[in-house]
Design a protein around this ligand. Structure first.
Ligand code: IPM
Ligand code: MG
Length: 407
């Protein structure tokens, strides 16, 4: 007995439709590659005035943690706001409700406002999943990354007491993500998704990782793929890494497969050796959540999405709808978004203020941690944590307190 029924009544027609679909995808991908090739260098923010920073709250706990992060930014940037070097632009309307109303990943007016900014700090947005109660919209994150070609997702994880100091460079525009909403249900029984890797797309992220390793003195890059099985796409990523590495003879590098790499991240003896890690999109997505767990969870990690002409900074977690449903929204941890804000300050050239914010977060979240945000009402609220952080930032001895915790 045949357990499977063939559900394509006309196989030839079905195959031709699938070929057309693939054809249209290839046309788009060739265009995209040409655009990458025409790309120019990064923006010099020292020459931009005002630097317009967009603040978009998002869904769920997003507006709550954004409100607190904006307090910190206003305090840190007081002089720059007064002098007109920086302008903060609050952007409303990046909500699931509006996205469903327009059936767009980003509502048009919101997108126009994003385009008026140089950089964007974004709260988490809810991503409807296939088969769930909401229409199957594309993720707002993925749409922003694509619209502004934000190819590098930089995710630092630091736990000084355990010798952990990792910086992940996750490729952010290709892999399984780029056509995530464009897979093909060939027949009722046959589903196809696509993974796209390009030499140019790999080269720019791998170079960014090697540049960073050289600049910071980390001098070591780990390239993570599954090139033993996913031979074509991951194979190209790894081959590109080999080429790029030749231009950085002083930077050591090694290649790992994602399975054993994920295992070694929990090996206390081995994991300290990892420093700068570069990897394709989906592996980067998964492994950075795992990595963030060592630092106190995804609620503590910030993330930078960097392109040549634009950058977006965000927490690495989602909008936590469960916390809102259960009335725990005010107890959400704002430190992830604050880490993202610190990365944003670094990106636009405010190095000292960025370091100050990172150090205050280290003190308040890890070293001193007088208040603990737990996400439940037994912990500190988002606002209470921020009061503590602002007090720490205002402490003239901030640097010496931070130094006293370095071994
Ligand atoms: C992240 C998130 C997103 C991703 C989701 C929300 C689409 O998990 O930024 O890591 O998968 O990239
Ligand atoms: Mg993720």
């Amino acid at each position: 007995m045949n357990r499977f029924k063939l559900t394509a009544p006309n196989e030839n027609e079905t195959i031709n439709k699938a070929k057309d679909h693939l054809g249209s995808i290839l046309v788009e991908q060739f265009d995209r590659l040409k655009k990458i090739q025409r790309e120019e260098g990064h923006v010099d923010y020292s020459k931009v005035k005002p630097i317009v920073i967009g603040l978009a709250g998002g869904d769920g706990i997003g507006p709550i943690i954004m409100k607190q992060t904006a307090r910190v930014l206003r305090m840190l940037l007081r002089d720059d706001l007064d002098s007109g070097k920086i302008s903060l632009k609050e952007i409303e309307g990046l909500t699931l409700e509006n996205r469903i109303k327009e059936m767009k990943a980003i509502p048009d007016v919101v997108m126009q406002e994003f385009r008026q900014c140089h950089v964007l700090l974004k709260g988490p947005t809810t991503t409807p999943e296939a088969g769930g109660p909401y229409p199957n919209l594309e993720s707002a994150n993925v749409a922003i990354r694509k619209a502004f070609d934000l190819f590098a997702n930089v995710r630092p994880i630091r736990v000084p007491s355990q010798g952990i100091d990792w910086t992940f460079f996750r490729e952010n525009t290709e892999g399984e993500y780029i056509l995530g909403s464009r897979g093909l249900m060939v027949t009722e029984d046959l589903a196809l998704d696509f993974k796209v890797i390009t030499r140019q797309g790999s080269k720019r992220i791998i170079e960014m990782a090697f540049d960073y390793a050289r600049r910071t003195g980390a001098n070591h890059v780990t390239v993570v793929t599954k090139a033993n099985v996913i031979k074509t796409t991951d194979g190209l990523f790894l081959e590109t890494a080999r080429d790029v590495a030749k231009k950085y003879p002083e930077v050591k590098w090694d290649s790992w497969y994602i399975d054993v790499f994920s295992a070694k991240l929990i090996d206390p003896k081995r994991r300290r050796d990892f420093k700068v890690v570069v990897l394709p999109n989906l592996y980067g997505d998964i492994v950075t959540d795992e990595a963030a767990e060592f630092q106190g969870g995804v609620g503590t990690a910030g993330s930078a999405n960097i392109g040549m002409k634009y950058a977006m900074f965000e927490a690495i977690h989602g909008s936590a709808p469960r916390m809102i449903e259960e009335g725990r929204g005010d107890y959400a941890d704002p430190s992830s978004l604050m880490r993202a804000a610190a990365m944003m300050l670094e990106h636009i050239g405010f190095h000292e203020k960025s370091i100050k914010l990172h150090h205050a977060l280290d003190i308040c979240c890890q070293y001193e941690a007088k208040l603990k945000v737990t996400g439940r009402i037994d912990g500190a609220s988002s606002g209470q944590f921020t009061d503590y952080l602002i007090e720490t930032l205002n402490n003239n001895n901030l640097e010496s307190i931070w130094k006293s915790h370095q071994k």
